[in-house]
Design a protein around this ligand. Structure first.
Ligand code: GAR
Length: 211
């Protein structure tokens, strides 16, 4: 099975959906969780991962220089020999060092169409603009902010959603099946391989620091 390193910074609901898919869902037999890693040692998702029986690791990023911190994270992750690095609410922009260490094997889920919205607060953006629909995007990570090749998108019907909480509830339901489903197809070789996928190289001028 493909070895997944799942990275998170907070709640970890996408991590839970992935672990459940590995344990008895669409990723069973295809993937195993090598480690769940967090840049926040007290992230609730880390305790949840341990309770689910996953190996866990953490290294606090607060106050650390990005390149130095990422170099240490790369060393930690390498110890678990991951085939894919799966970002699940990992609220850090990755340095080029990190991206190159796992080139073409880093996957992210973004709660909007990455052509329309990048960075933080994607559900707030959809809600504030009263969008009738938003799109969840699973993409490979390149050196820009949410610019990498798209692997899958799925719409979320937002008509009649009157609160931000309702927008998030509908969106997360899509995130939770789309991420596992897309990883299964990626691992089975049903999606364009990283080498074949077009790689966007333009850095995003509007990128805001995430931590
Ligand atoms: C999810 O909505 C994920 O798509 C989003 O953070 C949330 C994490 O929730 N990621 C981003 O906004 C990345 N730019 P979770 O910890 O419950 O999975």
């Amino acid at each position: 099975p493909a070895r997944l390193a799942i990275l998170l910074s907070g709640r970890g609901s996408n991590m839970v959906a992935l672990v459940q898919a590995v344990q008895h869902g669409g990723l069973a037999g295809l993937a195993e969780v090598a480690v769940v890693f967090s840049n926040k040692p007290d992230a609730p998702g880390l305790a949840t991962a341990a309770a689910l029986g996953c190996p866990t690791a953490s290294l606090g990023s607060q106050g650390r220089k990005r390149a130095e911190f990422d170099a240490e994270v790369v060393e930690i992750l390498r110890g678990y020999q991951p085939d894919y690095v799966v970002l699940a609410g990992y609220m850090r922009i990755l340095s080029p060092t990190f991206i190159r260490a796992f080139a073409g094997r880093i996957v992210n889920i973004h709660p909007a169409d990455t052509h329309q919205h990048q960075g933080l607060h994607a559900y707030e953006w959809a809600f504030d603009n009263r969008l009738p629909e938003t799109k969840i995007t699973v993409h490979l990570v390149d050196e820009g902010l949410d610019t990498g090749p798209i692997l899958a998108q799925h719409p979320v019907d937002l008509r009649g959603a009157e609160t931000l909480a309702e927008v998030e509830r509908r969106g997360l339901a899509v995130e939770h099946f789309l991420y596992a489903d897309t990883l299964a197809r990626l691992i089975r070789g049903e999606l364009p391989t990283p080498a074949a996928a077009p790689v966007a190289t333009a850095p995003n001028p509007t990128s805001e620091p995430l931590v």
